[in-house]
Ligand binder design. Structure first.
Ligand code: NAI
Ligand SMILES: O=Cc1ccc(S(=O)(=O)O)cc1
Length: 254
């Protein structure tokens, strides 16, 4: 086990990629505080056993984030790993995006990572050790016309990862990102997999010919959180079936 005695916070952990990350970190020996705005994540945490706890929070709100950090320290005594995973998608063409929707997506997807990153980094700086992972997307680089604030938030996350890594390196805190392709979760079903045509379009842009599984993203998170990545910081790793390497379509095996 590569993460024994480590303590992790995973945001957006009630389902999808966040829950898979929490499960994998526990498999690797970590203790995990699962965090989500949806309280039903408490059942998911209970199913994970004594190594897991659940905290209900809106990680886009500073007061909730400060309470989360205080609770994690009270329960586990330290924080070694933060996975900034919580995020929402949004569908509207540029001229149809409301100011409220733009602000909401940026607050949840981007500001939450600033708030959680800053609060947790203050703890890690005192420990002189730690690792932060920001969940980005292929859409941090690839733009989609009807996912405007989502794409903007993900592009900004890549820059946040770099600037956090520069600031936190003196404290021996590493900061990296993960850019998933289309992963089979509720968000992707809402965002892109709503019809056979949409699925065909995605697969025509995916050389490995399939969508990814949340566990395949969690495996990269476990690597980045481990000492196997001890010399990596400021990077965003794309876990995307080849999407980012592609500049044409591929035949789709239906
Ligand atoms: N599924 C996919 O194809 C891809 C997902 N991603 C990113 O991966 C991350 C996770 O995505 P999925 O697991 O697919 O999504 P999901 O929708 O299945 O799960 C997201 C979780 O975040 C929680 N959440 C939302 N707002 C929150 C807030 N303010 N405070 C606390 N929790 C909050 C939700 O309640 C939910 O449990 C997101 O950042 C997403 O942008 C990136 C690329 C592709
Ligand atoms: O993160 C959500 C998400 C994932 C993939 C895609 S697409 O496959 O590039 O359409 C869109 C949104």
């Amino acid at each position: 086990m590569k993460l024994s005695q480590k303590v992790a916070i995973v945001t957006g952990a009630t389902q999808g990629i966040g829950l898979a990350c929490a499960q994998r970190l526990i498999t690797e020996g970590a203790k995990v505080m699962l965090v989500d705005i949806k309280p039903e994540g408490a059942q998911a945490a209970e199913a994970l056993g004594d190594q897991a706890r659940f905290f209900t929070a809106d990680v886009s709100q500073k007061a909730d984030v400060d309470a989360l950090v205080a609770e994690t320290l009270a329960v586990f005594g330290r924080i070694d790993i933060l996975i900034n995973n919580a995020g929402v998608t949004h569908k509207a063409l540029f001229l149809d995006v409301s100011e409220d929707d733009f602000d909401r997506v940026m607050r949840i997807n981007l500001k939450s990572m600033f708030l959680c990153g800053q609060a947790v980094a203050r703890v890690m700086a005192k420990q002189q050790s730690g690792c932060i992972i920001n969940m980005s997307s292929v859409n941090s680089e690839l733009a989609i016309p009807d996912q405007v604030p989502y794409v903007v938030s993900k592009g900004a996350i890549n820059q946040l990862t770099k600037v956090m890594s520069l600031n936190l390196a003196p404290y021996k805190v590493r900061v990296n990102g993960i850019g998933p392709g289309t992963i089979l979760t509720e968000l992707a079903k809402k965002a892109v997999l709503g019809s056979p045509e949409a699925r065909h379009t995605i697969l025509s842009r995916t050389p490995l010919g399939r969508c990814g599984e949340p566990e395949e993203v969690a495996a990269i998170a476990a690597f980045l959180a481990s000492d196997d990545a001890s010399y990596m910081t400021g990077q965003t790793l794309f876990v995307d079936g080849g999407r980012m390497a592609l500049n044409y379509t591929v035949p789709v095996q239906e």
